[in-house]
Design a binder for this molecule. Structure first.
Ligand SMILES: NC(=O)C1=CN([C@@H]2O[C@H](COP(=O)(O)OP(=O)(O)OC[C@H]3O[C@@H](n4cnc5c(N)ncnc54)[C@H](OP(=O)(O)O)[C@@H]3O)[C@@H](O)[C@H]2O)C=CC1
Ligand SMILES: CC(C)=CCC[C@@H](C)[C@H]1CC[C@@]2(C)C3=C(CC[C@]12C)[C@@]1(C)CC[C@H](O)C(C)(C)[C@@H]1CC3
Length: 717
């Protein structure tokens, strides 16, 4: 199936998208400079906090108006779909009542409590820029500048420090929400999620301090190590704890291995020691949970419980650099073993991995450092003329050095290391298969076509973005604003991505990592593959973990690119009916779609379904609504009541992968396309607490769809 360009102009706009991007870059640069100045001034004037309550009242007023108007449609935020950091655009924005949430500021940084409070539209770039001069950083900084706090809480966020701190939701201490009845609520939890570690040279030993119950206090208190000591040594109970701690630490250091001190009360003490410096040591006395059920249900809920208006998050002391070690591997099992070992022992503050093929990759281990050491060079990857980070990593791998390379990267540049190249999505080398039939060209247009083709080298968005000439001249303009890219995306491009592009993050236990990578290799063969470990806490909420332990180590396997695997079956192709069914809401997927609804993309018969430049005609009278479809008994999976796609039966690869992830008790990140049925979605994500909370909140059902109603394929274009 080929997409035919109507004319030469369209051919240029789709095939050589960078031509448009060149015009977008200066617009984006002006916008960036304006936002930086605006945010700096507002933060310095400290005016946002004063305005906050007024802005929240405005949200409440809009909800009251919705009640007054008879609650005719459901609610969502008014943030335009093209501004969101995902590939798709939400269609529901058009039919739902849009609530304007103009909350874009950092409200308060509390150096004593080690927290930052901010509004949901604050971006990761804005936060890291503001916190840097204060010597602080968010405990987890999802790497793309434009990601918002609201998106990270309501969706999710993961980063290379997540093996210590967990997902973005785990560094959040308090949410403020406006509910469907117009009331404002705060919810918070009574203890910090992460356990602490003490490291001692020459080898390390660690003390995990579990849940310690401190005497009840009325507010959260985060203090520095010294303050903490002063405050708590007066307490007899703590003398005892100190004694125990000191004793176990001495014993464990002497014996050169880790000793666990399980103290099973309720509030934890969190500590992380570097070999020679303390880099975080937090103590929190607790107050009672405030709406704990709501607190645990908010993450991943996609704004289906209420509107988020502020979040309190955990910050950690920051240093100037990250000392990064690059360890190359030329066997998948060796890489996986090393990656898993380092993730679990948590000796390093940052861990990330790249696979450049099924049997070669790099594991990167990082730690904050105050200065550039003797063992490595300074590498300012954020300089406009610097090479894209993933390209540099690839070079390290190609050198096949037997000793790990060490580099020192300025901290903020490290945090946003994938922003400049939008991970590796700016340089898409060649469409696979060729995207469009070239329209009839004359001599001039054909010469122009050849010229553009040579410049693009088969790439699409900014294919020459990493070329030295570009970097040294226009590099400072990079990256183009994602929102502008989305705004200027033609439908034909969307269709091309649907046919020959995968953007997926699958979250699985590290125990399954090797097998899962091999599975994804068979299905997609997309490289590089991004590997990021994270601690998944055993907490109530949508992410249930099947463990009796307090946490389990997971890995995010990120696959972004053009699949080269022979087995790859696109989601929208002449032979694949599933996407069409999903679109018309006709039937569940897989075998049922073929057995219950006989429906062919026949040209010329029935109603027309338009997808980009491709017009399908469906045969009439054979479509059924989901409720009317009866599945053949032998097709139904007993545990899910749905149909299992069978390999080799024209089931799109994504369905097979989703099925694999469900079976292996993993999760799919929801910025990506999901093709699961609602039943499957409910198996992947534990809705027990979520359902209970929705029932308990007044008007929640009327105001918001369930999460599935906001993320399934048919509500996103
Ligand atoms: N490293 C990482 O972890 C990365 C994560 N991502 C993904 O990107 C997405 C975030 O993108 P971003 O553009 O920041 O966020 P989005 O605007 O895409 O928001 C994501 C969801 O959160 C809801 N939401 C956002 N703000 C609020 C609010 N104030 N009140 C209620 N609901 C809200 C949105 O609801 P509505 O539809 O009503 O607006 C939407 O359903 C996440 O899903 C994340 O998983 C992407 C790249 C990297
Ligand atoms: C957990 C992690 C690290 C996730 C990384 C996700 C990225 C790979 C995603 C987030 C936003 C994202 C979907 C995006 C795109 C690619 C993949 C991105 C960068 C692109 C650039 C692909 C090309 C598209 O035309 C368009 C410009 C709309 C999108 C924008 C968002």
């Amino acid at each position: 199936m080929k997409v035919k360009a109507e004319n030469f102009a369209e051919h240029i706009l789709v095939h050589y998208r960078w031509v448009v991007v060149m015009f977008l870059l200066p617009v984006a640069a002006v916008w960036k400079v304006y936002s930086i100045i605006r945010n700096y001034v507002i933060f310095k004037l400290n005016s946002a906090a004063k305005q906050h309550d007024k802005k929240v009242r405005d949200v409440q007023k809009q909800i009251k108006d919705w009640h007054a108007a008879g609650r005719e449609s459901k609610l969502c935020t008014a943030r335009p779909a093209w501004q969101a950091m995902s590939f798709r655009q939400a269609i529901y924005k058009k039919s739902f009542t849009n609530i304007k949430i103009n909350l874009v500021d950092i409200l308060d940084v509390d150096k004593e409590k080690m927290t930052v409070r901010c509004e949901p539209l604050v971006t990761m770039g804005q936060l890291s820029r503001t916190l840097k001069p204060l010597g602080l950083a968010l405990a987890v900084v999802p790497e793309l500048d434009e990601l918002t706090v609201g998106g990270m809480v309501m969706g999710t966020g993961v980063e290379s420090s997540s093996h210590i701190y967990g997902l973005f939701q785990h560094i959040c201490l308090e949410y403020e929400l406006v509910l469907a009845d117009g009331s404002v609520v705060k919810c918070s939890k009574h203890h910090l999620e992460f356990a602490g570690y003490l490291y001692f040279p020459p080898t390390y030993s660690k003390v995990i301090v579990g849940s310690l119950k401190w005497p009840q206090r009325t507010d959260y208190r985060y203090t520095s190590f010294r303050l903490w000591l002063r405050q708590w040594t007066q307490n007899k109970f703590l003398h005892l704890v100190y004694g125990l701690l000191a004793f176990t630490t001495i014993i464990s250091t002497a014996m050169q291995f880790s000793v666990l001190v399980p103290i099973l009360l309720s509030t934890p003490i969190c500590s992380t020691f570097d070999s020679d410096r303390v880099y975080a040591f937090d103590v929190k006395s607790s107050h009672d949970d405030e709406n704990a059920d709501l607190f645990y249900s908010v993450p991943w809920s996609h704004g289906t419980l209420g509107f988020l208006t502020s979040v309190v998050m955990k910050v950690v002391p920051a240093k100037k650099y990250v000392r990064l070690e690059y360890h190359t591997h030329f066997s998948l099992s060796a890489l996986v073993k090393h990656f898993t070992r380092e993730s679990i022992n948590q000796k390093h503050q940052f861990i990330e991995g790249f696979l450049f093929s099924i049997d070669s990759g790099v594991v990167m281990l990082g730690d904050m450092a105050d200065e550039v050491g003797q063992d490595g060079k300074l590498n300012s990857i954020g300089d406009s003329s610097a090479e894209w980070f993933f390209k540099q990593v690839e070079k390290h791998m190609k050198k096949k050095l037997d000793k790990p390379v060490v580099e020192y990267i300025p901290l903020r540049e490290y945090y946003h290391r994938h922003t400049k190249s939008l991970v590796w999505e700016l340089e898409r080398v060649g469409w696979f298969p060729p995207p469009m039939d070239t329209p009839n060209l004359n001599r001039i247009t054909s010469a122009l076509d050849n010229l553009l083709d040579t410049i693009s080298d088969g790439g699409n968005i900014v294919p020459f973005g990493n070329h030295p000439l570009f970097r040294h001249t226009l590099g400072w303009l990079m990256p183009p604003e994602v929102s502008l890219l989305k705004l200027t995306q033609f439908e034909a491009i969307t269709t091309l991505y649907e046919r020959c592009h995968v953007i997926q993050d699958m979250l699985l236990s590290v125990d399954k990592m090797e097998e899962a990578i091999q599975f994804f290799h068979r299905e997609f063969q997309v490289y590089p593959v991004w590997l990021c470990p994270f601690k998944l806490y055993n907490r109530p909420g949508l992410l249930k973990v099947d463990t009796s332990k307090d946490w389990e180590m997971f890995v995010d396997i990120g696959v972004y690119g053009i699949p080269k695997a022979e087995a790859y079956q696109t989601n929208l192709g002449g032979r694949d009916l599933f996407a069409l069914f999903t679109r018309v809401g006709a039937a569940p997927r897989g075998r049922a779609a073929r057995s219950v609804v006989i429906c062919l993309p026949v040209q010329g018969v029935g109603p027309r379904i338009s997808s980009g430049k491709i017009n399908f005609k469906l045969s009439l009278g054979l479509l059924a609504k989901p409720g009317q479809c009866r599945l053949r008994h032998r097709d139904i999976l007993p545990e899910t009541g749905t149909v299992q796609p069978k390999p080799g039966r024209m089931v799109p690869s994504m369905r097979r992968v989703e099925d694999y992830v469900i079976k292996n008790k993993g999760f799919q990140m929801l910025h990506a396309d999901t093709y699961m049925s609602q039943d499957e979605f409910r198996i992947m994500f534990d809705h027990t607490l979520y359902d209970k909370v929705r029932k308990s909140l007044p008007y929640c059902d009327e105001a918001f769809p369930e999460v599935y109603g906001k993320i399934n394929r048919s509500v996103r274009k």
